[in-house]
Design a protein around this ligand. Structure first.
Ligand SMILES: *Cc1c(COP(=O)(O)O)cnc(C)c1O
Length: 468
């Protein structure tokens, strides 16, 4: 499999190239040159596979054997999932009222980002150690990405990671997960500002292409193809768990932010898996407006909600969806150029209609809706959900019909353990988790970046220092 840019200026990249690439040189993002299609017989024959065994079937469709031979790849995938605490990796809870919840939070940092980043970490160390090359990852995070990325690479020989987090604005557990990484290749900064503020020095550093190349910098956000690729697995797994005979369609409700997760599902659909999607979002509703009205326009500011991982202004992966549907890089260039200069663009009706055939509904929840749903799931099942998951479940409840049997699954993107603040806000009693207590007894290591300091300079100095 080779990779190309959505904007037509780059093609023929290997998986390894794609792994190191954020934005392509032409400003676009990478997609596979073709989408492998699975026939029903193949799909059926996978129905009894474990999650990891399924990953071992799907990842090779996108990574050539000459790049990573099967035996190596299988070893990397085993290692990536070794620290997951549930043997099924992504178990489905079957609750009252036909509510199925797929728990994607059994990785080390208790959010779905562990699924992909644990693999990405293994891929990086694999290629880098062969080439004896060093890479520095720079991540700005509002919570889950930073901790999952740290976990994925801590202790590695050929990778250092620098994380900037907005001090006091993540949940307590999220911040604690990041500042308790004491390994010498992990460098965490608590920035006195919002996640938008901390993006500024990072952007400035990445704009300096000479510097970026010289120090081999990378950012592993969901622009990165390898993350999207690994996430395809959990959609196919979800389908096979809910519909093992492969004789029907499954509706998957996805709490959505930057659309990385839904893009993976979208690709599973294009591969021939009979699934359709609902995107559930916070009041930062650009995704919902784009899908249902063709109105892709940035709002003036980000509203802070109880589901911070979904509070985004630009869902970067939309560009991938448009390209995957149209395969028309001229159109993508035109749309994105307009969006980049005006902060808004109208999506052509034919494109909007085709997306709506796959993403069949959207749902926008406010904080009241989140809290009510967290309470209802608890009252009906004695099962607590995180505020992000609650937005998906809120859609499910809002469309519940008493006798109507649906084959639906809601993606649980994070564990409630990470969001005690939201549990309290919902009027519920937080449960005690031993692993959370352990986390708060660990030693910490971090540096503060305070207002008035030159953050860009601090970041550059650190990067140079690592490379010495
Ligand atoms: C990152 C994240 C999301 C949003 O996922 P996208 O792929 O950006 O759409 C939703 N919920 C949680 C808990 C997350 O960490």
């Amino acid at each position: 499999m080779k990779y190309k840019s959505t904007r037509g200026g780059v093609s023929g990249l290997s998986f390894q190239d794609a792994l190191y690439t954020g934005y392509a040189a032409d400003g676009g993002i990478l997609v596979p040159e073709s989408i492998p299609v699975l026939n029903m017989e193949t799909l059926k024959s996978w129905a009894s596979l474990s999650y990891i065994d399924l990953a071992k079937k799907i990842v090779p469709l996108f990574v050539d054997e000459v790049e990573i031979p099967a035996s190596d790849l299988n070893g990397l995938l085993d290692k990536a999932f070794a620290k997951f605490t549930h043997q099924e990796i992504a178990p489905i809870q079957r609750l009252k009222n036909g509510l199925n919840i797929m728990e994607l939070f059994h990785g080390t940092t208790w959010a779905f980002k562990d699924l992909a980043l644990s693999c990405v970490g293994q891929f990086l160390e694999y290629f880098l150690s062969k080439q004896k090359k060093h890479l520095t990852i720079v991540v700005g995070t509002s919570g889950d990405t930073g901790s999952a990325a740290i976990e994925a690479v801590k202790g590695f020989e050929y990778v250092d990671i620098i994380v900037l987090l907005p001090k006091g604005r993540c949940s307590k557990v999220q911040e604690q997960q990041m500042i308790t990484a004491v390994e010498k290749n992990v460098h965490v900064y608590r920035v006195e500002g919002t996640s938008d503020d901390l993006d500024i020095p990072i952007k400035e550093v990445f704009k300096d292409v000479t510097f970026t190349k010289k120090h081999n910098l990378s950012s592993i956000n969901s622009i990165n193809w390898s993350r999207i690729m690994v996430q395809i697995v959990h959609y196919i797994y979800a389908y096979l768990q809910i519909c093992p005979r492969c004789d029907g369609e499954v509706e998957i409700i996805i709490p959505t932010g930057a659309c990385g997760n839904v893009t993976s599902g979208f690709i599973a659909k294009l591969m021939g898996v009979p699934i359709k999607f609902v995107c559930a979002v916070t009041q930062n509703d650009i995704v919902a407006r784009a899908i249902t009205k063709g109105d892709y326009s940035m709002s003036d500011s980000v509203i802070r909600t109880l589901a911070p991982a979904m509070d985004i202004q630009i869902p970067y992966n939309m560009e991938r969806l448009w390209y995957l549907i149209t395969q028309d890089s001229k159109l993508i260039c035109k749309l994105m150029t307009e969006f980049e200069s005006n902060g808004k663009v109208d999506i052509p009706t034919f494109l909007k209609n085709q997306i709506e055939e796959i993403i069949v509904a959207t749902y926008v929840a406010d904080n009241e809706d989140i809290k009510t749903t967290m309470r209802r799931t608890w009252e009906e099942n004695h099962y607590q959900i995180c505020p992000h998951t609650a937005i998906g479940v809120a859609y499910y409840y809002s469309t519940l019909k008493p006798d109507h049997k649906r084959t639906t699954v809601v993606i649980a993107t994070a564990s409630v353990k990470k969001f005690e603040e939201a549990v309290v806000a919902a009027g519920l009693t937080p449960q005690k988790y031993e692993e959370v207590e352990v986390l708060f007894s660990k030693p910490v290591k971090y540096t503060d970046m305070n207002k008035g300091e030159n953050w860009e300079l601090i970041l550059r100095d650190k990067i140079e220092d690592i490379d010495k």
